[in-house]
Ligand binder design. Structure first.
Ligand SMILES: NC(=O)C1=CN([C@@H]2O[C@H](COP(=O)(O)OP(=O)(O)OC[C@H]3O[C@@H](n4cnc5c(N)ncnc54)[C@H](O)[C@@H]3O)[C@@H](O)[C@H]2O)[C@@H](O)CC1
Ligand SMILES: Nc1ncnc2c1ncn2[C@@H]1O[C@H](COP(=O)(O)OP(=O)(O)O)[C@@H](O)[C@H]1O
Length: 585
């Protein structure tokens, strides 16, 4: 049932991608219930194998049953949390029960959050599998679960999986984990099999808590560490928090134990862009403050003014709070400015027709004074040497400032000139914390974070090859820098968009309307990417959502506008489509 990590993994998944792909799979016709059953079956097989290898226990029907005698088989104890990780546990418990294994359930919540997990839990109860509810944060009320855990021959940890949020486990899950941890320290806990991820492992470092620290186990206030497992059965691919530093090529954390990967019955396009992308859009908080949903600077225009305006409008219509637009003064004067855009006026010393060194120096100052959450460079800039040289310097400075970037249009032409076949990288002499550079000539390099949005022609010019972007991201290496998995994305646009990221990330985005093959849609796409980066999404999540959203909104627009669809129509349809989707989530 399970296969080795190397063969099953497409890429090491961000835990948030689990819900995205579940949603995409659902849209492609697979139900959550089917997914949970498949996950539960794999988990049951894994538990049976582990029991056999660790305790030498054979299948129950082959054993002599002697209930109540000292030789009685110890039950498999499932710790089930409130979400779908818990649901996998119920599905697995049911399966093992059907196979004759003694099974015991400890539920960390009165009620499961999802309908499917609720249904599997109900089936367990109907099958008379003993269930103990441990919905408490008070250690004293965990006497019964403690007894059950002490008696267990195997513990299956289904408390928290990919839906773990925050820095540490909370509430009932925290109390159960503390209990397990204490039993484990005293050698009174059976081997632990983790479902999907050891509970408590998360992107924000839940697992970095000191496992050996003497945490206060009685007050219920101290944060428990994640529960170390002898084995973890994960689904489809490894998850980033399993690796040191959340790094795809980092070593596996010891808490994961032996890693097994079970395939899921996902339809073929599950990992391509789909409706699940919307789940990674940060939610709108009731006490939202202006600017929290991002401040984006769009730098474009010169010979053309429509392109940066389209990008900026798409950004505003997709939820970015503050969209600044910097254009040379002549381009700005030719433009009809939507009122929500914040114009960035260049000084009189800057050239009026195109960005030059003075204009770019002003932009650099602006970026230093004001924190922009993302900067989009390129649309309509033109290709004059007087523009491109200082824009290149500006790009390097922004990389140095760790500002997420979107590079489009003429900025991509610049990459082909300045770093053919490579991502831009900034370099600076290292200082020793006292502001002084050393004299050793040691240079520290910084990789760009963000998205490049070339069409096929721009990509070929940059790569200097006819190759399709798939699998060529390594050719766009970053001078030996280690890059974070979701940090750099190549979104090659066209009738089917192709998205490539590091560590094997590859996805397609299709659909929409062929009428989107009209002037300005690439600018809208770049504006969306900038907007979602500014709203705090990773480049990979932002690029996927942008690509999906443009196509869906474009399809709605084409229904109304037909052949008369122009790029100016799209920002409003983007807003409407987003509103419709978010109302459904
Ligand atoms: N695509 C996949 O890989 C599949 C995933 N499935 C399972 O679904 C899981 C994800 O399900 P969910 O999204 O429901 O997430 P989880 O089951 O991991 O837990 C989410 C719930 O836990 C609680 N929670 C979150 N953070 C907490 C914290 N710090 N302290 C205490 N409680 C906390 C919240 O109530 C939240 O609703 C996966 O880990 C996997 O086990 C399977 O059902 C099928 C397929
Ligand atoms: N034939 C098509 N069918 C559906 N969508 C398309 C098609 N051609 C382009 N698009 C949409 O327009 C976007 C921009 O594509 P493209 O024309 O390559 O950009 P550019 O304006 O930079 O040349 C694509 O990402 C896609 O959403």
């Amino acid at each position: 049932m399970t296969e080795s990590a190397a063969s099953a993994a497409n890429w090491v998944m961000h835990p948030a991608e689990v819900a995205v792909f579940d949603r995409n799979a659902e849209a492609l016709g697979l139900t959550v219930s089917e997914l949970m059953r498949a996950a539960g079956t794999a988990l049951a097989d894994c538990a049976a194998d582990l029991l056999k290898s660790s305790c030498g226990e054979a299948e129950p029907q082959k054993r002599q049953k002697e209930p109540g005698k000292p030789g009685e088989k110890r039950p498999i104890c499932f710790l089930c949390g409130p979400g779908n990780n818990g649901g996998d546990g119920y599905a697995a418990a049911l399966r093992l029960h059907e196979r004759g294994y003694p099974v015991q359930l400890v539920a960390g919540a009165e009620r499961q959050r999802g309908a499917e997990a609720r249904a599997f839990r109900k089936q367990c109860v109907q099958a008379d599998i003993p269930l103990c509810i441990a919905d408490t944060t008070t250690e004293a009320e965990l006497a019964e679960p403690e007894q059950l855990l002490r008696r267990a021959g195997l513990v299956v940890d289904c408390l928290l999986g990919a839906g773990f949020s925050g820095a540490a486990p909370r509430g009932a899950a925290a109390a159960i984990l503390r209990l397990c941890h204490n039993l484990q320290k005293r050698g009174s806990l059976a081997p632990v099999l983790a479902c999907d991820m050891p509970s408590g492992l998360g992107m924000s470092g839940g697992s970095d808590l000191d496992l050996d620290s003497d945490s206060d186990t009685t007050s219920g206030l101290s944060a428990p560490p994640c529960l170390p497992a002898v084995q973890t059965l994960t689904f489809h691919a490894p998850k980033l928090p399993m690796h040191h530093g959340n790094h795809a090529d980092g070593k596996l954390r010891p808490e994961v134990g032996r890693l097994e990967i079970a395939p899921l019955p996902w339809p073929p396009q599950t990992t391509d862009c789909g409706p699940g992308e919307l789940l990674r859009l940060p939610p709108l908080r009731p006490d939202a403050r202006k600017g929290e949903r991002g401040r984006l600077l769009v730098i474009g225009g010169g010979p053309y003014h429509g392109a940066p305006l389209l990008a900026a409008q798409a950004a505003g219509r997709s939820g970015c709070d503050l969209v600044h637009l910097a254009m040379p003064s002549q381009a700005a004067a030719r433009s009809h400015w939507p009122l929500f855009l914040i114009p960035e006026i260049l000084p009189a010393t800057a050239n009026a027709d195109y960005f030059d060194a003075a204009g770019c120096a002003h932009l650099r100052q602006l970026c230093e004074q004001r924190h922009f959450d993302a900067v989009l460079l390129g649309p309509g800039l033109g290709r004059r040497k007087e523009t491109l040289e200082p824009i290149w310097e500006l790009i390097l400075q922004l990389i140095e400032m760790e500002t997420p970037l979107v590079l489009d249009a003429d900025a991509l032409y610049l990459l082909a000139q300045k770093c053919p076949g490579r991502w831009p990288v900034s370099g600076h002499r290292e200082d020793h914390g006292n502001g002084e550079s050393d004299n050793t000539g040691k240079v520290s390099l910084r990789a760009m974070q963000g998205i490049a949005t070339p069409h096929q022609g721009e990509l070929q010019r940059w790569l200097g090859t006819e190759t399709r972007p798939a699998r060529v991201l390594e050719a766009l290496g970053t001078a030996g820098l280690t890059t974070v998995a979701e940090q750099q994305v190549l979104l090659c646009s066209g009738s089917v968009d192709e998205l490539t990221g590091h560590a094997g990330r590859l996805a397609h985005s299709a659909g929409g309307s062929p009428r989107l093959a009209c002037a300005g849609t690439g600018d809208v796409l770049a504006g969306l990417c900038g907007s979602f980066l500014a709203q705090g999404m990773s480049p990979w999540a932002a690029a996927r959502l942008s690509s999906y959203l443009l196509r869906q909104a474009g399809q709605c627009a084409a229904k109304d506008m037909g052949l008369g669809l122009v790029a100016d129509d799209l920002p409003l349809y983007i807003a409407k489509y987003l509103a419709k989707c978010l109302a459904q989530i």
